[in-house]
Design a protein around this ligand. Structure first.
Ligand SMILES: [Zn+2]
Length: 161
């Protein structure tokens, strides 16, 4: 495994690379249980702790925490990775060359559909930080097009169907 979990300057724990990873490589498979929105019962306290571990994969459909490393991938507004389907497998893909020791991040908005009101305040520290992370359709058109060109516009996978 070329990845490891460590304290993150962004938030809590994060996933880091032990090696250089070229652009457009599979990095980490997301393997949590698939849950309907009605299956997710979180208290207000839990939401702050665990909500980022639920990845929206369809209308009212989520991939829950796996207990594995994929639970620890942080959001960044200027990320180096993104999520893409390969058949029925969901993978985190590098969208830039990743350097040794760099934290692996993706833009959570790429997985937040128009039916999900969830938002998160962001202090990722990058110069393009949006401060509030929300649904994909609220992103600037140019950013949505960029994620689409990288093949990591996860929401478009199901919204357009
Ligand atoms: Zn940010």
């Amino acid at each position: 495994m070329i990845l490891y979990v460590a304290d993150s300057p962004i938030s809590g724990h994060g996933v880091f690379s032990k090696a250089k990873i070229p652009m457009d490589e599979k990095i980490l498979r997301y393997s949590g249980p698939i849950l309907g929105v009605q299956d997710i019962k979180l208290s207000d306290e839990d939401i702050n702790k665990t909500s980022d571990r639920y990845v929206q994969i369809g209308r009212a459909l989520y991939m829950g925490p796996s207990g594995q490393m994929d639970d620890w991938v942080n959001h960044r507004c200027n990320p180096n990775a993104g999520l893409r389907w390969f058949g029925d497998e969901l993978w985190l893909i590098s969208i830039w060359d990743i350097e040794l020791g760099q934290e692996i991040t993706f833009d959570y908005s790429t997985s937040i559909g128009p039916d999900d009101p969830w938002t998160m305040s962001c202090r990722c520290g990058c110069v393009v930080c949006r401060k509030i992370v929300g649904a994909f359709h609220q992103l600037p058109v140019s950013l949505r097009q960029f994620y689409q060109s990288c093949g990591v516009d996860l929401v478009n996978h199901w919204v357009s169907r």
